[in-house]
Ligand binder design. Structure first.
Ligand SMILES: C[S@@+](CC[C@H](N)C(=O)[O-])C[C@H]1O[C@@H](n2cnc3c(N)ncnc32)[C@H](O)[C@@H]1O
Length: 253
């Protein structure tokens, strides 16, 4: 099973359907405010990334890693950064190109797999911005290693990801408001629910990674974790009990 290809096509269809909020580009008003210095971006669903996690943006070389959709990339570019958006889905990258054309911005868009950033040289970015997306790949340690390699010393990796707790509960029961512990971490959507269901629901395959791979993986790649926060999922039963997104600020010292 080629997960990358499966999820590329699944994300392209998410864009066509127009129902996934993470495929909807930002408005001209948000870009105008960003140009005037009034900007914020998310790594998770709701909370803005603390401004102090960013160095001054003017001229900052930022890699938006698995960050297509015409959202954070255009905001950061309008606020003065030199942005490259890297994503597996051509349709998601087109969203960024649409905003670039509409707003007269400059963004480099690159199609590829987040586990392989060989298209970029060592130490070619000041900051890697990696919103919640490593749930769409079954192995994340290569992602942390590659992010470390392409960052300059002193640069930061800002990442959003899922708390593995999220994947413990049966999804169908959760839709009906019942928290039924059923699954194991690491979690594979494909192994647990099967391809047939994935195809019927027409959505990308998801993977639940351990905290050892999420946090330990960043540290093993060489990063020092210097900040973190949690965020809640909108409209889910589990959100009444715990925040299921995490975000970290990791430094290549
Ligand atoms: C939830 S969206 C994240 C981007 C969005 N702008 C946001 O704010 O969160 C997840 C993105 O991950 C991308 N993606 C999935 N698998 C990938 C892979 N193996 N390599 C690179 N990008 C991938 C998808 O195409 C999608 O654009």
């Amino acid at each position: 099973m080629d997960i990358r290809s499966f999820n590329r096509e699944a994300w392209d269809r998410q864009v066509q359907s127009g129902k996934n909020p993470w495929t909807v580009p930002v408005s001209p008003e948000i870009i105008a405010r960003a140009r005037a210095g009034d900007w914020s971006v998310v790594l998770t669903e709701n909370k803005s990334v603390p401004r102090e996690w960013f160095p001054p943006l003017t001229g900052l070389k930022i890699l938006g890693l698995a960050c297509g959709g015409g959202q954070q990339g255009p905001i950061l570019a309008a606020a003065g950064a030199k942005v490259t958006i890297f994503d597996n889905s051509p349709a998601q990258l087109n969203r960024d190109r649409e905003v670039v054309q509409r707003e007269g911005l400059e963004i480099r868009t690159v199609e590829g797999d987040m586990r392989d950033l060989s298209v970029f040289g060592n130490e070619s970015f000041d900051l890697v911005f990696h919103p919640v997306s490593n749930l769409f790949i079954h192995e994340i340690r290569p992602v942390w290693k590659e992010a470390y390699r392409v960052l300059r010393h002193g640069g930061s990796l800002l990442s959003g990801f899922m708390n593995p707790l999220f994947y413990l509960f049966d999804w169908e029961d959760m839709d009906n408001g019942i928290l039924n512990v059923r699954n194991r971490i690491p979690f594979s959507d494909i192994e647990t629910y099967g391809m047939e269901r994935l195809q019927k629901e027409d959505r990308p395959a998801e993977f639940g990674h351990s905290l050892t791979d999420q946090l330990g993986g960043q540290m093993d790649a060489g990063f020092v974790i210097a900040g973190m926060y949690e965020d809640h999922h909108n409209g889910l039963k589990i959100s009444g009990h715990i925040e299921t997104y995490m975000a970290t600020r990791a430094i290549k010292i």
